[in-house]
Design a protein around this ligand. Structure first.
Ligand SMILES: C[S@@+](CC[C@H](N)C(=O)[O-])C[C@H]1O[C@@H](n2cnc3c(N)ncnc32)[C@H](O)[C@@H]1O
Length: 282
């Protein structure tokens, strides 16, 4: 039983809701063009470090002929994914020792995982389980754009709360999160050094602006709710008795953002994420 990530780093809903937006069908063509996969019946895809499963869920829709397996070592993420996402085979396991035979998949894919795993194991295990000629897709979040609505600025209650959290509680540092992060130039170079060929790179640009008319009210409110859950789960993860007050303040500010949206009082706050996709052949 391993709940390391969901306990200390990012909660289930933070990852699931943010990735559901990032891999929404509205953006699918960007990804599919760069993935350049042949959606034939029985194509075997393995997602590594799948978290609560939002990317695997989208892959199941985008490649209906494919057989999708997804693995993560966090038990809580895998239980959530199994209970909520049909059509994908989710299992608990370690990316550095994949529980699969050599040459058993046509495609391996991961999103924001490479930077947390020792490179020899990360690339080597994917090469081992890929069939000759198989495709490795490595998705990596890059610097985007964030512009916050005035009503969503950090409240005094949140500031008090975060000021009360001891400095030593920096979980990211403690657990070596992001230890293997590399530049946009180094990522394809690392894949190439690991023995992959025909390397290509591409970027998906995901614009999440609730007030933009191209988004339905359902999608716009999902953007606001994903931010709410992100803030709430971050506070909850500290397990402090001061949490209630900060969480009430968070709920009040997002309720206000929803009210402004529903009344058509536009804020134009935006979050644009950039996902680098490196593709290579075994
Ligand atoms: C930043 S999260 C990304 C999760 C998911 N790919 C997404 O985009 O929502 C990194 C994930 O990698 C998983 N992870 C880290 N090291 C792992 C390992 N050695 N084996 C399996 N999963 C691992 C964590 O449990 C976590 O779910």
């Amino acid at each position: 039983m391993n709940n390391f990530w969901s306990d200390n780093i990012q909660g289930i809903m933070t990852l699931y809701l943010s990735r559901k937006l990032r891999f929404h069908d509205q953006f699918s063509e960007q990804y599919k063009n760069i993935f350049a996969l042949n959606d034939r019946a029985g194509l075997k895809i393995l997602e590594i470090g799948c978290g609560p499963g939002a990317l695997a869920e989208s892959l199941h829709r985008w490649f209906p002929g494919a057989q999708i397996t997804a693995i993560d070592r966090d038990s809580r993420f895998i239980s959530f994914a199994k209970a909520n996402i049909p059509g994908v085979d989710f299992l608990e396991g370690d990316a550095t020792q994949l529980p699969f035979e050599d040459q058993s998949f046509d495609v391996t894919i991961s999103n924001t995982v490479q930077e947390h795993i020792e490179p020899t194991a990360f690339w080597g295990e994917q090469r081992r389980v890929l069939k000759p000629g198989g495709i490795c897709l490595c998705l990596s979040a890059r610097k985007g754009i964030q512009c916050t609505a005035p009503c969503l600025e950090m409240t005094a209650e949140e500031k008090d709360f975060w000021d009360s959290v001891p400095e030593s509680d920096d979980e990211f540092e403690k657990y070596g999160i992001g230890k293997y992060r590399v530049s946009e130039a180094e990522l394809p170079a690392a894949m190439e050094r690991s023995g992959f060929t025909e390397i290509t790179t591409g970027y998906a640009l995901i614009d999440l602006t609730p007030d933009a008319p191209k988004y339905s009210p359902q999608m716009a409110e999902a953007m606001i709710e994903a931010m709410r859950l992100n803030d709430l789960e971050a506070i909850q993860s500290v397990h402090s008795d001061r949490a209630r007050k900060a969480m009430d303040a968070v709920n009040a500010k997002y309720n206000e953002r929803i009210r402004l949206y529903r009344e058509g009082i536009r804020q134009w706050d935006t979050s644009v994420s950039v996902t680098m996709i490196v593709r290579g052949r075994r």
